[in-house]
Design a binder for this molecule. Structure first.
Ligand code: MCA
Ligand code: AMP
Length: 496
C-alpha cells in the first residue's frame, strides 16, 4: 500500500524545479525543494514520537513551513489538525483534550497549551523548535503507507448544540475532491494563484493548496489578506480564491480595474453567500464573472458554477462530478434540506457516534443544515439555514456558543445572539441581553474576550427587558434581526 494523499499531491511534481510557493522579497520554493522540506520535517515529527494515526495540532502563523508541516504529517502517516490562530487558550484546550494529539505546534509568542503532547514552536518568520533541526535530516523520507480510507485531517466545526466536533477527513475525501476541482476549474501548471486565505480551514488549505499541488500551479503565498499586496499581484496572476469579503473589499478599491485583471483567468468565491449585486458589480468593473461554489468542512466542495456556461449570480451551481445532492422535506415552494453524498463526504465526527448518526444517514447522505432549491436547469441556490449559524467574513459562529458564555455571566438572565447584514463581513454579530441586575456592557465584552476568539465577539450588545418569543416560548431571532438590522450597517466595536 502506498500513501494515497501523498501520492496524489506530491508524487507528480516531487522532482520538479518549477516554482510552487512564491513570496514577495524571498526566493521561490520549487516543488522539489518543498518536497525535500516536508520530508525533513517528517523526520522531525517521527523523532518527536509521531506514529501513524497520531494527531498533529498546529496553531501558528501562516508560513510556508506550516504548509510543509501539513505534507510532513501526511507523509509520516499522521492526522493534521490546524486551528484558527484567533482561538483563545480556553478554546484550544478543548480541542487538545478532545483530539489527544501526539505533537502540538504553536507560535512561540502564544501561551503554551497544557498537555501531555510534545510541544514544538513555529513563528511567523519560520523559526522555532519545529524547524531548527531541519537541516540535520535528509530531504527524503520513507513515506508511511496509508490507504484511501485512513484519516488525513481532523477539522473542528462548531455545532448548534454547543461542543465543537472534529470532522474526520480521509485521504480519499481530500484527494478525490481536489482532483475534481482541478478538472472542473481547469487548473494547470500555467496558473498563478493569489493565496490570501488562512490555511487552518478547508478553503485555504485543501481547496487552494491541494488543487495547486495536483496541477503543479504556482502559488503567490501571502501571510494574510492585504489589499495593497493583492492589487500589485493581480496583473501577474491568473487565479484567486476568496470569501465574499475579499470581493467586496476589492470592489471598494479603485485599483480593481479591467486592465489590472487582464491576465486573470478565474475568480472563485465560497464559504459564505456572495450577494448577486457583488457578482454583477464585479463583472461590470472587470469583465470577469466570479465563479461561486459551495462546500462544508464535512464534505469539502459540493457544487460549483460551471467553468464554461453561465455562472449564475446568487446560485452555487451544480453538483461536482461524482457528488450527489438531494433536497429532502421540500415545502410547497420546492425548498428543502440539502443533503450530499459522494467520495468527498467525511467519515464521521471524532469519537461522537451519536452526532455522526444524527447527521450522516445510513444511506451515506450527509444532512448539511442548509436549505436550498434547485432550478429546472439544475442550479442550486442556498436560500436559508435550518441551523442557527452566523457566517462573518467566512468564519462560522454558532450563536449557542456565544450565548452559553453570556448566560454564565452573573447578572445575565438570558441572551440571544444573531447576525445582521454587514457590508464588509456579510453578517455581523449582535447580542441581545436580558439583565437581572445592573449590568455593564464592558463587563460582558471582557468575559467574552477571555473565552472566545475575536471574530465570535458581538459587535454590539442590546440590553432588553425581555426577548421576543413565539407561543411555543422559542426566541424569535427573526424579529430581533428586523429590530436591529436597520441601523445603517455601522457596527460599533465593543469597548473591551
Ligand atoms: C477579522 N475580524 C473579524 C473577522 N476577521 N471579525 C468578524 N469576522 C471575521 N471574519 C476582526 C479582527 O480581529 C479585527 O478585530 C476586526 O475584525 C477587523 O479586522 P480586519 O483587519 O478588517 O480583518 P482582516 O484581518 O482583514 O480579516 C478579514 C478577512 C478574514 C480577510 C475577511 O476574516 C479572512 O481571511 N476570512 C476568511 C475566512 C475563511 O478562510 N473561511 C473559510 C472557512 P478588532 O476589532 O479587534 O480590530 S472553510 C469553509 O467555510 C467551507 C468549507 C467553504 O465552503 O469554504
Ligand atoms: P464550514 O462549517 O466552515 O464548513 O461552513 C460551511 C457552511 O458555509 C455551509 O454549510 C454553508 O452554510 C456555508 N457556505 C459555504 N459556501 C457557501 C456559499 N457559496 N454560499 C452560501 N453559503 C455557503
Amino acid at each position: 500500500m502506498s500513501n494515497h494523499l501523498y501520492n496524489t499531491l506530491i508524487a507528480p511534481h516531487a522532482s520538479s524545479t518549477a516554482p510552487f510557493l512564491t513570496r514577495d522579497n524571498a526566493p521561490d520554493l520549487s516543488f522539489a525543494n518543498f518536497a525535500g522540506m516536508a520530508a525533513r520535517m517528517a523526520h522531525v515529527l517521527v523523532a518527536n514520537g509521531l506514529t501513524p494515526g497520531d494527531r498533529v495540532v498546529v496553531q501558528a502563523p501562516k508560513t510556508i513551513k506550516m504548509v510543509a508541516l501539513y505534507i510532513a504529517t501526511i507523509q509520516a502517516g499522521g492526522v493534521f489538525l490546524p486551528l484558527n490562530t484567533a482561538y483563545t487558550p480556553d478554546e484550544v484546550s478543548y480541542f487538545i483534550g478532545d483530539a489527544t494529539p501526539r505533537i502540538i505546534v504553536c507560535d512561540p509568542a502564544a501561551t503554551t497549551p497544557a498537555s501531555d503532547a510534545t510541544i514544538l514552536t513555529l513563528a511567523a518568520d519560520g523559526s522555532g523548535t519545529l524547524t531548527q533541526t531541519l537541516s540535520d535530516h535528509p530531504p527524503a523520507f520513507d513515506t508511511v503507507p496509508r490507504g484511501p480510507d485512513d484519516l488525513a485531517g481532523l477539522l473542528y466545526t462548531s455545532g448548534t448544540t454547543g461542543r465543537s466536533k472534529g470532522a474526520m477527513m480521509t485521504h480519499e475525501n481530500l484527494a478525490s475532491n481536489a482532483r475534481s476541482l482541478v478538472e472542473h476549474w481547469r487548473i494547470t501548471s500555467d496558473d498563478v494563484l493569489i493565496h490570501a486565505l488562512p490555511i487552518f480551514h478547508t478553503h485555504g488549505l485543501f481547496v487552494a493548496l491541494n488543487t495547486s499541488l495536483i496541477a503543479g500551479a504556482k502559488v503567490r503565498f501571502m501571510p494574510a489578506f492585504d489589499l495593497d499586496v493583492i492589487a500589485s499581484a493581480l496583473p501577474q496572476s491568473t487565479l484567486m480564491m476568496g470569501v465574499p469579503t475579499f470581493y467586496t473589499r476589492l470592489l471598494a478599491d479603485k485599483r480593481l480595474t479591467r486592465d489590472a485583471t487582464r491576465n486573470m483567468r478565474l475568480f472563485i468565491s465560497g464559504s459564505a453567500p456572495l450577494l448577486a449585486e457583488t457578482h454583477l458589480a464585479f463583472t461590470e468593473r472587470t469583465g470577469h464573472h466570479i465563479l461561486e461554489r459551495y462546500g462544508m468542512t464535512e464534505t469539502n466542495m459540493i457544487t460549483s458554477n460551471p467553468y464554461d456556461g453561465e455562472r449564475r449570480a446568487g446560485t452555487v451551481g451544480q453538483p461536482l462530478p461524482g457528488v450527489e445532492v438531494q433536497l429532502t422535506e421540500r415545502d410547497s415552494d420546492g425548498v428543502g434540506m440539502i443533503e450530499v453524498r459522494g467520495p468527498n463526504v467525511f467519515k464521521g465526527y471524532w469519537q461522537m457516534p451519536e452526532k455522526t448518526a444524527a447527521e450522516l444517514r445510513d444511506t451515506g447522505f450527509f444532512i448539511t443544515g442548509d436549505l436550498g432549491e434547485i432550478s429546472p436547469d439544475g442550479y442550486l441556490s442556498i436560500v436559508g439555514r435550518a441551523k442557527d449559524l452566523i457566517i462573518t467574513g467566512g468564519y462560522n459562529v454558532y450563536p449557542k456558543e456565544v450565548e452559553d458564555v453570556l448566560n454564565d455571566i452573573p447578572g445575565v438572565v438570558e441572551s440571544a445572539v444573531f447576525g445582521i447584514p454587514d457590508p464588509d463581513f456579510g453578517e455581523a454579530i449582535i447580542a441581545a441581553v436580558v439583565p437581572g441586575a445592573e449590568l455593564e456592557v464592558d463587563a460582558l465584552s471582557q468575559v467574552v474576550a477571555e473565552k472566545l476568539a475575536r471574530f465570535k465577539h458581538p459587535r454590539r450588545y442590546e440590553i432588553m427587558s425581555e426577548l421576543p418569543r413565539n407561543t411555543m416560548g422559542k426566541v424569535q431571532k427573526n424579529l430581533l434581526r428586523e429590530m436591529f438590522a436597520g441601523d445603517g450597517g455601522q457596527i460599533a466595536h465593543p469597548t473591551a
